[in-house]
Design a protein around this ligand. Structure first.
Ligand code: HEM
Length: 414
């Protein structure tokens, strides 16, 4: 059932050594294209990116999200990724979804707020002004602890997070290959297998994880251990990377506006759970810098409507970046306004604000992530003063888009 570990230390290299850097450059360039077009008048924008159709118009984007049976997740690299609730459709997706969703719903109840906050408090207390780059790992560990607690499992956090750089590389390659065609499929398969084995070993070493997986696959006729491991790993990775990416952007941005930071700090220190300015700021961070800047969907039938025409089997890039800056939906879309009226004056988020998507394939951890980010930001502001000396360090994309580093950010105890 569990594969033997044949290479205990690293991903097998490709024969062509530039593949990894090509993937990195290509994906970063795609994000740049998506960002660049947001400052071009809508009428002058191409309806495609590369050879794929692109959607960023609010009404069509919402229609796509609401109709996942027409605009389904694409299966292009499903074999290399392994089954998970992220890439499945239909009944098998529902089976996988039901393994984790009830736990996420329970973990995001208001009664869980203080327990979630305590994990971030521990991380924030360990911030070290002389090692600002460690902040990302500390926040990552807090996010993983919240995730593991939600599912009632307890694998080694250090072992888990230690593999994230390799998972990032793998995720980048899969996305790159889905654009450019798979190269060296044998090496890719071995890498997927290696990662699977590493995570399988980590889960096997924890009796709670073993029980969780056994329960998830019980009654199954097939050998379902590995898909269950892959699914759990992908859930953990997706939930952690996105939340931490947003918090890192938030740190960079809040350090650029001291008056705003003071205002947010007052809210954080007030002791209430209702923190409208911090909430609005976090939404604005995700509007301008959505951790998932785009998703890809595939047509299951021809579609004509909303002024566009698509063919069955065609792939479409849904640009969250473009949606979040579309002039039909936002005033002053390219400016960062921490308390923009679309957030601060409104009880519900605008329809063109979809960092978690919407509809049946909405992010499973949306409520939990929102709770986490608010708790984390409040804990940071209560304890640390943040100063960003270097406004722009660029971004790095690997499933989630995060700042290239926390370079140029300083923290001082309050
Ligand atoms: C700021 C934080 C987060 C953002 C922006 C975010 C965003 C997203 C987006 C855009 C998707 C849809 C991807 C697609 O359909 O192609 C997604 C899916 C998902 N996310 Fe998140 N996410 C966040 C945090 C989390 C957390 C904390 C968890 C779990 C603890 C989580 C679990 C999931 C799951 C399970 C799915 C798959 C839903 C499905 O199709 O069944 N996410 N997320």
């Amino acid at each position: 059932m569990v594969l033997a570990t044949n290479n205990p230390t690293a991903l097998q290299p490709f024969d062509e050594p530039s593949i990894e850097s090509d993937a990195r450059k290509t994906l970063n360039r795609i994000i740049l294209e998506l960002l660049k077009r947001t400052v071009v008048p809508v009428k002058s924008r191409s309806p495609n990116i590369g050879n794929l159709a692109l959607v960023e118009e609010p009404e069509l984007a919402e229609f796509m999200m609401r109709n996942p049976s027409l605009f389904q997740k694409n299966f292009a690299l499903v074999a290399a990724l392994g089954d998970s609730r992220f890439n499945l459709n239909g009944a098998r997706w529902e089976t996988f979804r039901n393994r984790t969703q009830p736990a996420y719903n329970s973990a995001s109840r208001p009664s869980e707020r203080s327990s979630v906050a305590s994990h971030y408090q521990t991380a924030v207390d360990a911030f070290d002004p002389d090692n600002v780059n460690d902040i990302e790992v500390l926040l990552g560990k807090a996010a993983l602890r919240v995730f593991m607690q939600a599912l009632g499992i307890s694998p080694s956090i250090d072992a888990f997070i230690g593999l994230f750089p390799q998972v990032r590389t793998h995720a980048k390659l899969l996305q790159y290959f889905s654009w450019r065609g798979v190269k060296e499929p044998d090496v890719l398969a071995k890498r997927a297998n290696w990662l699977d084995t590493q995570f399988s070993d980590i889960f096997m070493a924890d009796s709670l994880s073993r029980d969780f997986i056994q329960q998830a696959i019980s009654g199954s006729q097939l050998d379902e251990w590995h898909p269950a491991v892959t699914d759990l790993m992908q859930n953990a990775f997706a939930g952690t990377e996105t939340t931490v990416a947003t918090l890192c952007w938030a740190l960079r941005l809040v350090g650029q506006n001291q008056a705003l930071q003071e205002h947010m700090r007052e809210e954080a220190l007030s002791g209430t759970n209702d923190m409208p300015v911090i909430r609005s700021f976090m939404s604005e961070v995700m509007r301008c810098l959505p951790p998932i800047p785009f998703v890809v969907r595939e047509l299951t039938a021809d579609y004509e409507g909303h002024g566009r025409k698509f063919k069955e089997g065609q792939q479409i890039v849904l640009s969250i970046v473009g949606l979040h800056k579309h002039p039909d939906a936002w005033s002053d879309p390219n400016q960062f306004h921490a308390t923009r009226s679309e957030f601060i004056d409104s009880k519900s988020a605008p329809k063109a604000f979809r960092p978690f998507l919407s509809g049946p394939r909405v992010c499973g951890g949306k409520r939990l992530a929102e709770m986490e980010m608010l708790a984390a930001m409040a804990a940071i502001l209560r304890k640390w003063h943040i100063i960003t000396d270097e406004a722009d360090v660029g971004y790095e994309y690997a499933l989630a888009m995060r700042p290239a580093s926390l370079g140029g950010v300083r923290i001082e105890a309050i």
